[in-house]
Design a protein. Structure first.
Length: 174
């Protein structure tokens, strides 16, 4: 399929972000799990381990997740093949976060939002064209490990080859 997704940055360690991070480790994927502070990121990942049913096939895979914060670790995004934003459903917060991470996104990185309530058109407003060609929605249903459903929403600005790569990854790898 071409591009391989080996490292993922999950932006947000709440209920959905931490479970997406956990499920990625089930496929052997290394994850950088970001949140506002190191404490919030670590706490979100620890809370995920207590969920029933478990988002992990094996708790040992949680070693593939590194807790990160936006102040100290944005450079790690440069290593990632995919960045998935999973923060609260507030357009202003999401757009502020995109602007913060854009300088760290590599040319061949895919960036998606896990939003279920904000349109791609609204998320995209005011963002650079070279970001929008790699940006679309991947909406996981809760709980991600058990609900084998991910909605993909792209726009006419989205590079469809990246959508195909993500579709393959979500269907055949994850």
């Amino acid at each position: 399929m071409g591009m391989e997704i080996k490292k993922v940055a999950v932006l947000g360690t709440g209920v959905m972000g931490s479970q997406i991070a956990a499920h990625l480790t089930n496929a052997g994927i290394k994850v950088f799990a970001f949140d506002m502070t190191q404490e919030v990121a670590s706490e979100g990942l620890e809370n995920c381990k207590k969920l029933k049913p478990s988002p992990y096939y094996n708790f040992k895979s949680s070693d593939l997740i590194t807790a990160c914060n936006y102040s100290d670790h944005l450079d790690r995004i440069k290593e990632c093949d995919w960045v998935v934003e999973v923060i609260s459903e507030r357009l202003d917060w999401k757009q502020e976060l995109y602007k913060k991470i854009i300088p760290y996104i590599s040319d061949d990185c895919i960036v998606t939002s896990n939003t279920s309530g904000i349109s791609l058109q609204n998320l995209s407003k005011g963002l650079p064209e070279d970001f929008l060609n790699k940006f679309f929605i991947t909406h996981f249903f809760n709980p991600p490990r058990y609900m084998k459903l991910v909605e993909i929403i792209s726009s006419d600005k989205t590079n469809m080859k990246l959508v195909e790569i993500m579709d393959y990854f979500l269907t055949d790898i994850l």
